[in-house]
Design a protein around this ligand. Structure first.
Ligand code: S3P
Length: 178
């Protein structure tokens, strides 16, 4: 049985890499944000607007427990998931966890390239964004660093790079790509 969980800051590449990792290892892919949206029939920004961040975190924890019961899966968490309640200890107990570790500049580049709506950074200028990332990463990284594996991530431009990261993860869990 395989259960791989990817964690890291917003824009680290959890969804992008997780999707390819799952396909490569023939596992099912779950993005925790998408799972929350599907189960509650609400978009993430709507949840933040109507229930606040604390309401979102409660829903997130409940859904984390649902997906972390499943077998033969790759799960991409939200950036904040490991940093609330005992979620990080729970993730470690339930899975092989990889922290996708990227510098603030890399994260900002990915976030500016991306199309996802993220309530926590909405409306920030590029300058405000880098300050926000640096400050919140300092608070979050101690949680992320509890992961068993750490994969350093650079700016992702090509599918070759995605494959490279997938190979690194697959190697660490002892399953080479065929
Ligand atoms: C959040 C990250 C988002 C999403 C929500 C809050 C965070 O997920 O869960 O907007 O606290 O960092 P991604 O990391 O997939 O953007």
């Amino acid at each position: 049985m395989q259960r791989i969980v990817l964690i890291g800051y917003m824009g680290a590449g959890k969804t992008t890499i997780g999707r390819v990792l799952a396909r490569t290892l023939n596992l099912e892919f779950f993005d925790l944000d998408w799972y929350i949206e599907a189960r509650y029939r609400m978009k993430i920004p709507q949840i933040f607007a109507e229930r606040g961040e604390s309401g979102f975190r409660e829903m997130e924890q409940a859904m984390l427990h649902e997906v972390c019961e499943m077998e033969d899966v790759v799960i991409a968490c939200g950036g904040g998931t490991p940093c609330f309640y005992d979620n990080m200890d729970y993730i470690n107990m339930q899975s092989e966890c990889f922290y996708l570790k990227a510098d603030p500049e890399v994260l900002r580049t990915h976030l500016l390239m991306g199309k996802s709506q993220r309530p926590l950074i909405q409306g920030k200028s590029p300058e405000e964004l880098i300050t926000y990332i640096e400050e919140s990463l300092k608070v979050r990284e101690p949680f992320y660093l509890k992961a068993k594996h750490v994969i350093p991530i650079e700016v992702i431009h090509t599918t070759e790079q995605i494959k490279h990261y997938v190979d690194e993860i697959a190697k660490e869990i002892g399953r080479e790509r065929s």
